[in-house]
Design a protein around this ligand. Structure first.
Ligand code: ZN
Length: 197
């Protein structure tokens, strides 16, 4: 694997800790109705890299309101999972970013190693081009970068503007920045400042 952090369990532990701190904020805020939030994780089976993932990757953190008659779901934003997609966010970001960055042979090797189907790649690219650009998250980000991020080259154009030392650090920063798009049931603003991590 040409990106050593992808097989490093510490890297995934860090992402899990970030997810935990986001989830803790959501839980403390409680249900909108005043009810208490109880853990109700969603099972997940992430594809691609299994060896470095522990059991924390078998589920996505989520809550259910305990109030009778409410039972509303609150799924915190995540730097690990996106919706019901089977690939982890870091893999989607990395592979789609490499398209505008590192050499084609490296990207091809990674796609082979992770066994990503061509139509999946195509969907990921389209997601950045059509879906992500229309999100509130993207508009909020636009105000934070001068000169503006080139939307045609997302996510590479965002990745290269972050200040993390290595690629792994910048990927984590990016995942924190875009994590609001990973949930529709929790609008809590993520208070982590990725530039200071
Ligand atoms: Zn409730």
């Amino acid at each position: 694997m040409c990106h050593a952090f992808l097989t490093d369990s510490n890297f995934y532990q860090l992402l899990f800790q970030i997810d935990q701190s986001i989830a803790e904020e959501v839980r403390e805020r409680g249900g909108g109705c005043g009810g208490v939030l109880h853990a109700a994780p969603y099972p997940r089976k992430p594809r691609g890299i299994r060896s470095a993932l522990d059991e924390s990757y078998q589920s996505r953190l989520s809550f259910c309101c305990s109030q009778d008659g409410c039972r509303r779901r609150s799924t915190p934003a995540s730097v690990r999972f996106r919706g019901r997609k089977v690939y982890l966010g870091v893999i989607v970001v990395l592979i789609t970013a490499l398209q505008h960055g590192l050499t084609e042979p490296r990207r091809r090797r990674l796609i082979e190693e992770l066994d990503v189907a061509p139509q999946t790649l195509w969907r990921w690219r389209r997601w950045w081009r059509e879906r992500f650009v229309a999100t509130r998250c993207r508009r909020a980000l636009a105000g934070q970068f001068i000169p503006p991020i080139l939307t045609a080259c997302l996510p590479a154009s965002l990745l290269e503007r972050l200040t993390g030392e290595g690629l792994a650090e910048r990927l984590v920063q990016l995942l924190v920045l875009i994590c609001p798009v990973t949930t529709s049931t929790s609008s809590l603003r993520v208070s982590l400042n990725p530039q200071k991590m």
